[in-house]
Design a protein around this ligand. Structure first.
Ligand code: SF4
Length: 690
C-alpha cells in the first residue's frame, strides 16, 4: 500500500489563516483539506485553500538563481568574481549558484553604500513569507545596510487600519477572535466583499445573519453578503466617512451612547460630540438630496440604533482603507465602538479583515518605515513606498531589495513604477516565479514557498501559527538568502534555522511574543495563540484598558470633505464613470500562484468589467479600454449586470495583462499613502477591433 503522510499547517493565501491538513505522497501534495479540528477553518476551506497548491510543481518555478547579462557587463568586477559559476540561460539571463548570486548582490550593495550612502538602498517585502524572514530583512536593512527605508505590502492595503486604530485605541489589530462572531448580537460589514476575499469568515457571518437577521452591509455595489443582510446599504463612491460620521451623529443626537464606558475608558468625547453636532454633513437626511441614494437617510439611523443598543462587531476591508480618507474612516469606525462600549468584550469589537496570510506578522516584525519590531519607533523614520518611488525617479534611491512583493503589478501607477525601477542601479528580487517585477530585476533568486518551510505566520485575528513543510525543497528560505548577503557584508549572522531567528524575535518583540516559543506553538498548532502571548495568550484585546499611552480610548474627529460622486450627485450632474477594483474568490493578488493552479484558473482566467445595464449605450463593443491621466488599460471584456449602480464599474486587478493598475495615480490616504484603489474616474474607449 502506498504511504501517504498527513501534515498539518496553515493556508498560504489570505489573512483568514485557515488550518489545513495536507496528504503527501512521495514528496507531492495529493490533497489539501481543512483540518478536522481547525479553530479557524472549522472544517471548511475555500477553493484557494483546497486547490491552490499546484503552483509548487509548476514547470516555470524559479529553481536556479539568475543574473541579468547586462548587469554583469556593466559590473565587470562582479563578473570577474563569479565568472566560473555563470552559465548562459537565454539572451537576457545567465544562471548561477546561490553563493555566486549572493556574492554579486553583496558586492553591488556595498558599492552603492560606499558611493551614495546607506540611505540610497531600500527593502520592500511581501506578506506571504514568514515572520522570521520579515524580521531578518528589516534587521539587515536597518543594521547592516544602515538604511531606515523598509516597507511592506500593507502600504497598499491596511496601513490605514494600523494608523486609525493605533491613534484611537493604541493597537492596529483585530480585537476579537473570529468565533466571537457567534456571540455578536449585531454585525456591520463595511467595504469588504467578504465572501470573495475572506470566505471562511464570511461563512460565519452568513451563518449568524441567517439565524438572527442581524447584519448590515455597506458597499458601493451589491455584493453577495447583501443577500443575507437586514440592512442593505449601497453608498456613493468615497462616502465612507460621510456615512460613519452620520452614524455617530445619530448615536449622539438620540443619546444612545454608553455614558459609563465613555467616562471610564475614553477621553475627548465632549469635544467630538460638539464637532459632530456642528458638522454640516453629519445629519443622515443629507442623503435625501442625492438622487438614487435617498433611502440611506432612513437606513443609516436604523443601523446606528441597532449597533449602539446591541453587542456589535464591525468588519471592514479595503473598501474603507483604499481612499484618501482611509485612516480617518478607520478612526470613525473606532469612534462608534468607543461611544457605545462595543470593544473590549466578548461578542463586540473591531475587525479589520487584513489581506495576506502574514500581513499582520510583517507589520509586527517592523517591516514598516515608522515602526521597528513590536511597534517601537525607530531613531530614524524611513520613507514609505510611494515616497521611495519618487526618490528612485530623482536618482536618490539606487538599490531595491525586494522580497515577494510584485511592485509593478499590484501597486498603483504602474507606468511610473516601471519607469522608477528602470532608473535604479540594482534591483534584487526573491520570488517563486518570474513575476512582472522579477522580469525587471538584475538578480532573481528562487525561494521556498510557504508550503515548503517552517515559520510563524500571524493571521487577521492576531493568531500565531507555526507552519511546517508539507514537502521538502532544495531552495533556500527567504531568510537564508538574506543571511548569505548580510554575512558577505560583514553581518556575522549565525542563525542555523528559523527557530533561532524566532527566539531572537521573542526577545526583541517581547511585549507581544515572549511566551510564543516554537515548542508551545507546536503544542497549540490547531488552536493557535493570539498575541500578546506571555504566560497566557490574549483572545480579546482592550478588556481593561486601551493600549494607548495612558490607557484611554481617544476621539479624533475629521469632517467629511465634499468631493467626487457625492458632489456630482448633489449638483445633479453625474457624468463619467467611477471604477472600483477588488478581488475574486479563485485568484489571489498578482495571481502568480493561483494562475498556475488549473482548477482555480479555469474559474476566472481573465479580467471582466461589470457595467450596469442602463449604461449599455456607452459600450458599443464587447471589450473596452479604460483610460485616465496616468495610463490606459488593455482591452477588457464587459458583462452587464443590475448588481451595480449606473455609472459605477467594477473589475479585478489579478491579471497583469489587463493593465488595470496603470489607471491609478498617486492619490492616496493622507497619512499612510495607501493608494485610492477603490474609486477613480475613468474614460471608456470602445475597442472596435473584431
Ligand atoms: Fe486559505 Fe483564506 Fe481560503 Fe482560508 S479563506 S482557505 S486562508 S484563502
Amino acid at each position: 500500500m502506498e504511504h501517504v503522510d498527513v501534515i498539518d499547517s496553515v493556508c498560504t493565501y489570505c489573512g483568514v489563516g485557515c488550518d489545513i491538513s495536507a496528504s503527501v505522497k512521495e514528496n507531492k501534495i495529493v490533497d489539501i483539506s481543512a483540518h478536522p479540528e481547525g479553530v479557524v477553518s472549522q472544517g471548511n476551506l475555500c477553493v484557494k485553500g483546497k486547490y491552490g497548491y499546484a503552483f509548487l510543481d509548476a514547470h516555470d518555478r524559479l529553481r536556479v538563481p539568475r543574473i541579468r547579462k547586462r548587469f554583469l557587463e556593466d559590473n565587470p568586477k562582479i563578473y570577474e568574481a563569479i565568472a566560473l559559476h555563470v552559465k548562459e540561460l537565454d539572451s537576457t539571463w545567465v544562471e548561477t549558484t546561490l553563493d555566486a548570486a549572493t556574492t554579486a548582490a553583496s558586492m553591488k550593495l556595498q558599492e552603492i553604500q560606499e558611493n551614495y550612502g546607506a540611505k540610497s538602498i531600500c527593502s520592500i517585502g511581501g506578506a506571504r513569507t514568514s515572520c522570521e524572514s520579515s524580521y531578518l530583512l528589516q534587521k539587515f536593512t536597518r543594521q547592516t545596510l544602515g538604511s531606515p527605508h523598509v516597507d511592506n505590502c500593507a502600504r497598499i492595503c491596511h496601513a490605514p487600519s494600523l494608523k486609525g486604530m493605533r491613534t484611537t485605541i493604541g493597537e492596529g489589530a483585530a480585537t476579537n477572535p473570529y468565533n466571537d462572531i457567534y456571540n455578536a448580537e449585531f454585525m456591520i460589514v463595511f467595504g469588504s466583499n467578504t465572501t470573495e476575499a475572506h470566505p471562511i469568515i464570511a461563512n460565519r457571518i452568513v451563518d449568524v445573519a441567517g439565524k438572527h437577521d442581524n447584519l448590515a452591509v455597506f458597499d458601493v455595489r451589491e455584493i453577495t453578503l447583501h443577500r443575507f443582510a437586514k440592512y442593505k446599504g449601497i453608498i456613493p463612491h468615497e462616502a465612507n466617512l460621510l456615512v460613519l460620521n452620520m452614524m455617530a451623529y445619530v448615536i449622539i443626537t438620540e443619546e444612545l451612547y454608553n455614558e459609563h464606558f465613555l467616562a471610564d475608558r475614553t477621553k475627548g468625547f465632549e469635544d467630538f460630540k460638539a464637532k459632530i453636532l456642528n458638522d454640516p454633513y453629519a445629519n443622515p437626511s443629507y442623503f435625501e438630496k442625492l438622487e438614487g441614494y435617498e433611502s440611506l437617510s432612513k437606513l443609516i439611523p436604523k443601523v446606528a440604533r441597532e449597533y449602539a443598543l446591541k453587542k456589535s462587531m464591525i468588519f471592514w476591508g479595503l473598501g474603507v482603507t483604499e481612499h484618501i480618507d482611509g485612516s480617518y474612516a478607520v478612526m470613525a469606525i473606532t469612534h462608534l465602538a468607543l461611544m457605545t462600549g462595543n470593544v473590549g468584550k466578548q461578542g463586540a469589537g473591531l475587525m479589520p479583515l487584513r489581506g495576506q496570510n502574514n500581513v499582520q506578522g510583517a507589520c509586527d516584525m517592523g517591516m514598516l518605515p515608522y515602526y521597528e519590531p513590536d511597534y517601537q519607533v525607530p531613531k530614524e523614520i524611513g520613507l514609505m513606498t510611494p515616497q521611495l518611488v519618487d526618490e528612485m525617479l530623482e536618482g536618490r534611491i539606487k538599490a531595491v531589495m525586494n522580497m515577494g512583493e510584485d511592485l509593478t503589478h499590484v501597486h498603483p501607477n504602474s507606468n511610473k513604477m516601471n519607469h522608477a525601477l528602470d532608473k535604479v542601479e540594482f534591483l534584487m528580487v526573491q520570488e517563486l516565479f518570474m513575476t512582472d517585477i522579477a522580469k525587471r530585476a538584475d538578480i532573481v533568486i528562487g525561494v521556498k514557498s510557504a508550503y515548503e518551510k517552517t515559520g510563524v505566520y500571524v493571521n487577521a485575528m492576531r493568531r500565531l501559527h507555526l507552519s511546517q513543510p508539507l514537502v521538502t525543497s532544495d531552495l533556500p528560505d527567504d531568510w537564508e538568502v538574506i543571511k548569505l548577503v548580510a554575512n558577505k557584508m560583514g553581518a556575522a549572522y549565525a542563525y542555523e534555522d528559523s527557530k533561532q531567528i524566532w527566539d531572537e524575535v521573542r526577545e526583541v518583540a517581547y511585549r507581544r511574543f515572549s511566551g510564543a516559543s516554537y515548542n508551545r506553538l507546536e503544542r497549540h498548532r490547531i488552536r493557535g495563540l493570539q498575541w500578546p502571548v506571555h504566560t497566557e495568550d490574549t483572545p480579546i484585546l482592550h478588556q481593561l484598558d486601551f493600549r494607548t499611552e495612558d490607557g484611554y480610548g481617544e476621539f479624533h474627529y475629521h469632517q467629511y470633505e465634499l468631493r467626487g460622486m457625492v458632489e456630482e450627485l448633489l449638483e445633479k450632474r453625474l457624468r463619467g464613470y467611477y471604477l472600483t477594483t477588488g478581488r475574486t474568490l479563485s485568484q489571489y493578488n498578482n495571481a502568480s500562484q493561483t494562475s498556475r493552479c488549473e482548477k482555480l484558473n479555469k474559474r476566472y482566467d481573465e479580467t471582466i468589467l461589470l457595467v450596469h445595464e442602463d449604461d449599455a449605450k456607452d459600450f458599443t463593443s464587447d471589450r473596452v479600454m479604460l483610460k485616465t491621466a496616468f495610463g490606459q488599460s488593455a482591452p477588457i471584456s464587459i458583462k452587464f449586470t443590475d448588481k451595480i449602480k449606473p455609472k459605477t464599474l467594477f473589475c479585478t486587478f489579478h491579471h497583469g495583462k489587463s493593465g488595470i493598475n496603470r489607471l491609478f495615480g498617486d492619490k492616496s490616504d493622507v497619512f499612510t499613502m495607501t493608494a485610492a484603489f477603490k474609486s477613480i474616474k475613468v474614460e471608456i474607449m470602445n475597442d472596435e477591433d473584431p
